[in-house]
Ligand binder design. Structure first.
Ligand code: AHR
Length: 489
């Protein structure tokens, strides 16, 4: 079956903000404890941070990491995680025991070692303006006040200088501790933002949008929150997880299209409020939780006992999941003009690209690969490539984008969503002039359920593929259910 697109540097969508390749570390299950942090593990450094996991995080190419939640943050007291006394608490969000052994200081040490920028969330569920300001003062004020001197006393002489802050988490969700109406949350977000900016004017602030596009309040929630907080915030958040619902694999493979519709509807809502308020500033999007998540499995089997670092949400991803993750990355890139930040949820063990066994090895899940390739080559200008192909279910089989790097190389990212037909892609690359194929990879498998494991950690990974460029036409065969990356230069 034939498919086509055009690669022309004249048609640019926008420049990718490197923060599009963010991730997320929540105090949930084994993401922190026996994930990034495991004192006594053979690979742990003197701070208890696993070096093998740090190596994989760097290889993944993550730029920003959101912390400490998630649902967890809406009942969290940040003071519990700093200084010598660490109280043990219940975490009602995940029915877990939180020892608080790991907190802000440990996270900042980890973030520095990983080479990532922190994105902090404040608790606007059980707490409010004052506690957010206290945390900000502790983290960012140089010294000379009780809270900033406390940080110095705790061993951090220099301020953490955290620039990105989320004003709460999923406050539209009835499951959220301290859940609020849009009007209540909008007011609280606006006042928290105003107070935080008085302490540190250079912050970038994210207001909670909807927890997913299926929320009954989706659209109205964003509009109401922004009516209250438009002038105070820079971004509105989006969260969305995808899985084959009722076994509908065709719809699952179309998740990238659902994500694009969600993004476009959110942009429309932001711009509607902008018009209504007669503002020139645009509020951009922070897609700060996205991934494949077999949520229904968790809902059918929720935790029943209080436990510390239990095995929760440890999805074991297959080839098809990796292809869908690739398509979600394409969806984000195709809207890089307005989606400036995004965090795959989460980083280690919990619905994650990296698995770390307690006392054992760490390895890459299938979904690691599309992320690392996009994070590495998806830097620069996103080009409008206008793919044309037959349908796969209700969407075109071909989902694609191209990114032109500063060095002039162009990387094409393409997903074939068809389960039955390969696509014979012919891409018009004449506008690129005299270029050749530098590299070409494909991630696919005759067994779409193949996965990586401790004994076979590289079972699923990108393999070198054949593609040609002659007379300005790039030709490649995209197998059914595949993720392809082709670099031209
Ligand atoms: O990432 C898992 C959970 O999904 C987060 O805690 C929450 O924000 C979302 O519902």
């Amino acid at each position: 079956t034939d498919a086509s697109l055009t690669i022309d540097p004249a048609f640019s969508i926008g420049t990718v903000d490197p923060r599009l390749f963010g991730s997320f570390v929540e105090h949930l299950g084994r993401c922190v404890y026996t994930g990034i942090y495991e004192p006594g593990h053979p690979a742990a450094d003197e701070s208890g941070l696993r070096r093998d996991v740090l190596d994989l995080v760097r290889e993944l190419g993550v730029t920003v990491v959101r912390y400490p939640g998630g649902n967890f943050v809406s009942g969290y007291r940040w003071e519990d995680g700093v200084g010598p006394d660490r109280p043990v608490r219940l975490d009602p969000a995940w029915k877990s025991i939180e020892t608080n052994e790991f907190g802000l200081g440990e996270f900042m040490t980890w973030a520095r070692a990983a080479g990532v920028a922190p994105m902090m969330a404040v608790n606007l569920g059980t707490r409010g303006v004052q506690e957010a300001c206290d945390l900000l003062e502790y983290a960012n004020h140089p010294s000379g006040t009780t809270l900033s001197d406390l940080r110095v006393k705790h061993g951090a002489a220099e301020p953490y200088d955290i620039r990105m802050w989320c004003l709460g988490n999923e406050m539209d969700g009835p499951w959220q501790t301290g859940h609020k109406t849009a009007r209540e949350y909008g007011r609280l977000a606006a006042e928290t933002a105003r107070a935080m900016r008085m302490i540190d004017p250079g912050l970038e602030l994210v207001a909670c949008g909807s927890s997913n596009a299926e929320m009954p309040t989706f659209g109205t929630w964003e509009a109401t929150v922004l009516e209250e907080a438009y002038d105070q915030v820079d971004y509105v958040s989006l969260h969305s997880y995808y899985e084959p619902k009722d076994g509908d694999v065709t719809a699952f493979l179309a998740s990238g299209a659902a994500m694009e519709a969600y993004i476009e509807d959110t942009i429309a809502t932001c711009d509607h409020v902008r018009a209504k308020l007669r503002r020139s500033k645009r509020v951009n999007l922070s897609f700060d939780e996205w991934n494949v998540w077999y949520l229904s499995r968790f809902q059918n089997d929720p935790p029943t006992e209080w436990a510390h670092a239990p095995r929760l949400l440890e999805d074991h991803y297959n080839v098809m999941d990796a292809v869908v993750v690739g398509s979600l990355l394409i969806a984000l890139l195709r809207h890089a003009d307005r989606v400036r930040m995004a965090c795959q949820a989460q980083l280690v063990n919990v619905i994650a690209p990296i698995v770390a066994q307690p006392g054992g090895p760490a390895w890459r899940q299938t979904i690691f690969h599309p992320f690392s390739q996009a994070a590495r080559y998806g830097r620069g200008e996103v080009l409008r490539v206008e793919p044309v192909s037959p349908a796969a279910g209700e969407v075109p089989a071909l989902h694609a984008t191209a990114v032109r790097g500063e060095d002039g190389t162009v990387t094409l990212f393409a997903v074939n969503r068809s389960r039955s037909d390969a696509l014979d892609l012919a891409a018009d690359a004449r506008a690129l002039g005299d270029v050749r194929v530098l590299e070409s990879w494909v991630l696919t498998d005759s067994d779409l359920d193949a996965r990586n494991s401790a004994t076979d950690p590289d079972r699923v990974r990108p393999r070198t593929a054949a593609s040609t460029l002659e007379d300005g036409v790039l030709r490649a065969v995209l197998p059914p259910v595949s993720w392809s990356v082709i670099r031209l230069g």
